[in-house]
Design a protein around this ligand. Structure first.
Ligand code: 5AD
Ligand code: SF4
Length: 435
């Protein structure tokens, strides 16, 4: 039995939150907290929250309500709220749910060890600053043994684009890029711990600007890290797809043929209302150039339907764009008004119309995704194996195109990269045979 205190972290939202949760666990690890898989029996529960869509805060309050029983059994239990809801709601969280001991925003979690001392002394702790210091410089090196061969690495945070629907510029703040030498050091630390694939993260990752380094330069430097086999990056904005980044997709052998490039809408009128600063045509030409550099690249996207002012013809334009691009993967959402954003002031499309459009769009996107998966059958892919599958002796991993692939491979280890022939396409994965 260790004397460590038990920390349960529940993560909501995007991959950047997944990364932040890891770093928070590491920061608290240095103060004697050990991460556990369930809230029961924990000494500290930390919710790392997302504010991107509707009812985010309400969901957190109802989740907190569920911990009443655990708190009754263990009055010493400490409860914290981190992430973007913490940033947006601040003190209000403790007012509405007095059980909460700690509230910390996404830019101050390096101060968690200090905050925990306060909390352990029975005080409340709140920090939603946008501090001058760089939180990453105040976090411990990546100390935990890694179980997963694929890791996230945040290189850029925040957003200066101010899309009319989006809370990120308010919750995560202005665009900040981490210095390239720090990123390379962290990447080497991860590789020493067995990581084979690094996914570079940023709300606007391709706007990365680290002391004059572009994202493409960073990717080329990572390409030289021995032991690192695969590089990915997400999420990008069409207006920051620079020539060097497009070229890297054709020339950099560790950069995987997958690009998440949200367009949100195919209507120029809606794009303008969203303040996206580009047209549908611009996006389509961009995809053509990317495909010219890397013909087999899988394109992924995000869409919003029912944005204020979206008419049938605008939605038709979105459907046309989707047909033209042919997505291998995509996420689509019904517009939800976020308090404080410009679009929240405008008149809405009715829920019925938005629902119908969402259904239609998702049907098309699913059809495209399935067709692309079907086309993989018979092809050979390289799979980075990550974990055991549901069946005995089965292992699951990811192809270069980020398809989940399962094979029978009792001798495979997490971290192995092996050539596989795809033999079948299932709903959300491919079945394969080791070659
Ligand atoms: N309503 C619906 N979807 C949204 N997204 C961001 N803000 C909103 C909103 N207010 C979607 C966008 C973005 C993805 C992360 O979430 O498609 O690319
Ligand atoms: Fe959610 Fe966006 Fe914050 Fe990520 S950055 S947690 S998606 S609001």
């Amino acid at each position: 039995m260790s004397n460590n205190k038990k920390l349960y972290i529940k993560t909501y939202g995007c991959q950047m939150n997944v990364y932040d949760s890891e770093r928070m666990a590491e920061a608290l690890g240095a103060s004697g907290y050990e991460q556990v898989e369930a809230p029961e029996g924990a000494d500290m529960i930390l919710l790392n929250t997302c504010h991107i869509r509707e009812k985010a805060a309400e969901k957190i309050y109802s989740e907190l309500g569920r911990y009443k029983g655990i708190k009754a059994e263990n009055p010493d239990l400490k409860i914290g709220v981190a992430g973007c809801v913490a940033q947006a709601e601040g003190e209000e969280i403790m007012r509405r749910q007095p059980m909460v001991d700690l509230v910390v925003g996404p830019q101050t979690y390096h101060r968690l060890p200090e905050m925990m001392k306060q909390v352990e002394a029975g005080e409340k702790a709140l920090d939603t600053d946008f501090p001058l210091e760089d939180k990453f410089e105040h976090l411990p090196d990546r100390p935990l043994p890694r179980r997963a061969p694929s890791a996230f690495l945040t290189v850029q945070e925040g957003c200066d684009k101010f899309c009319a629907f989006c809370v990120v510029p308010y919750t995560r703040g202005a665009e900040v890029s981490r210095p390239p030498e720090r990123i390379l050091r962290e990447a080497r630390e991860l590789v020493e711990r067995g990581v084979k694939e690094i996914n570079l993260l940023g709300q606007n990752v391709n706007a990365y600007n680290g002391g004059d380094w572009t994202l493409a330069q960073l990717i080329w430097a990572l390409n030289d890290v021995d032991g690192l086999e695969r590089i990915r990056f997400t999420t990008s904005h069409p207006n920051d797809m620079t020539d060097d980044l497009i070229a890297a997709h054709g020339e950099c052998d560790k950069l995987m043929p997958y690009l998440h490039l949200p367009v949100q809408s195919g209507s120029d009128k809606v794009l303008k209302g969203m303040n996206r600063q580009h047209t549908a045509e611009h996006y389509i030409r961009l995809i053509e150039r990317i495909r010219a550099a890397r013909p087999d690249i899988l394109i992924s996207g995000d869409f919003i339907v029912g944005f204020p002012g979206e008419e049938d013809t605008d939605f038709d334009a979105t459907m046309d764009l989707v047909r033209e691009v042919n997505y291998g993967q995509a996420y689509s959402f019904k517009y939800s008004a976020r308090p404080g954003t410009p679009a929240a002031e405008r008149s809405f499309v009715s829920v019925e119309v938005a629902n119908a459009r969402l259904q239609q769009l998702q049907a098309l996107l699913t059809q495209q995704q399935r067709a692309l998966q079907e086309a993989m059958v018979g092809q050979e892919v390289d799979v980075l194996f990550e974990k055991k599958g549901r069946l005995a002796g089965q292992m699951i991993g990811k192809s270069q195109h980020l398809h989940a692939v399962h094979v029978a491979g009792p001798d495979l280890q997490a971290g192995d990269i092996r050539r596989v022939r795809v033999v079948k396409s299932e709903t959300n994965s491919l079945g394969g045979e080791l070659l």
